[in-house]
Ligand binder design. Structure first.
Ligand SMILES: O=C(O)CCC(=O)C(=O)O
Length: 274
């Protein structure tokens, strides 16, 4: 293992549910991935490409749809997903050897919509244990170009039921409600920085309001090595040495919470998901 995490980074993960590991990859490495994916994007379309909920002919995501599961057909993506530097961080954060289940590439060109607030576990349905994302910045990311936004401490909430998102600002159509007092904070990052976040953390991003600047990011999704089940979409599940591990498909979302008012206090009432 090549990476030793500072104790404060591990503590931050435990306290707020996310942490940025600065320059886990060098600027040169980030540039390599940026150029690699721009070349792939220029060459054509791939299975799973998604430009989001339709938003008209001029939507910039039509030209730059999100890529998904590139590691199933692209060697560079697979190498990054299973990279020892990421593995070491995940091991330190999760306390066990992770399994790898997904890659994604967000191009987020100027003017593109963001992604409404959500919890990844809603989609991955890992049982037992956690899922975790490694989100690497390929461009400088801040509020103007729609950096990641995360709600500190939200990893302690149960799974929340989804509601309809505003698809004029989000390319997905599901969102979760926040109680008063909880709000997202921006993750300002440089190319090569990697944001790790717990799959229960509420997160998303706002639109890219810049006129010239992309906000590209390479993302890996992982599940805890103790997991027995994960949603069908994430199979095949890989060990970090690239070999396949057979887990059970988890068709059930389990219960989710909706906020109700009890004597002026927001309280979560659990319901069956779906
Ligand atoms: O990159 C973004 O804008 C959102 C990414 C995200 O929400 C995710 O990876 O789950």
């Amino acid at each position: 293992m090549k990476t030793t995490l500072l104790p404060e980074v591990i503590e931050q993960m435990q306290t707020v549910g996310f942490a940025v590991v600065r320059q886990l990859f060098s600027r040169e490495e980030a540039k390599f991935y940026l150029e690699h994916f721009m070349q792939l994007r220029e060459k054509g379309r791939y299975e799973g490409d998604w430009d989001g909920v339709p938003a008209g002919d001029h939507d910039p995501l039509k030209r730059y749809p999100r890529m998904i599961h590139m590691h199933r057909w692209d060697e560079a993506s697979l190498k990054w997903l299973l990279h020892d530097k990421i593995r070491a961080c995940l091991h330190a954060f999760m306390g066990n050897e992770p399994f790898a289940v997904q890659t994604m590439l967000y191009f987020k060109p100027p003017g593109a919509r963001g992604q409404a607030l959500h919890q990844d576990q809603y989609f991955l349905r890992v049982q037992p244990g956690l899922c975790m994302a490694a989100w690497m910045a390929l461009d400088p990311c801040e509020e103007e170009n729609g950096c990641m936004q995360l709600v500190p401490g939200s990893h302690r909430l149960p799974l929340l039921c989804t509601e309809r998102a505003d698809t004029t600002t989000s390319f997905t159509d599901v969102s979760v409600a926040l109680p008063p007092g909880m709000h997202p904070v921006p993750a300002v990052m440089e190319p090569g920085d990697v944001l790790f976040f717990n799959g229960m953390v509420i997160h998303g991003s706002f639109p890219n309001t810049s006129t010239q600047r992309f906000r590209r990011s390479l993302i890996g999704h992982y599940i805890s090595g103790e997991a027995m089940k994960v949603a069908d979409y994430y199979h095949p599940v890989l060990r970090m040495d690239g070999s396949e591990v057979k887990l059970i498909d988890n068709p059930e979302g389990g219960p989710c919470g909706i906020w109700v008012d009890r004597q002026g206090q927001p309280v979560l009432e659990m319901q069956r998901a779906g």
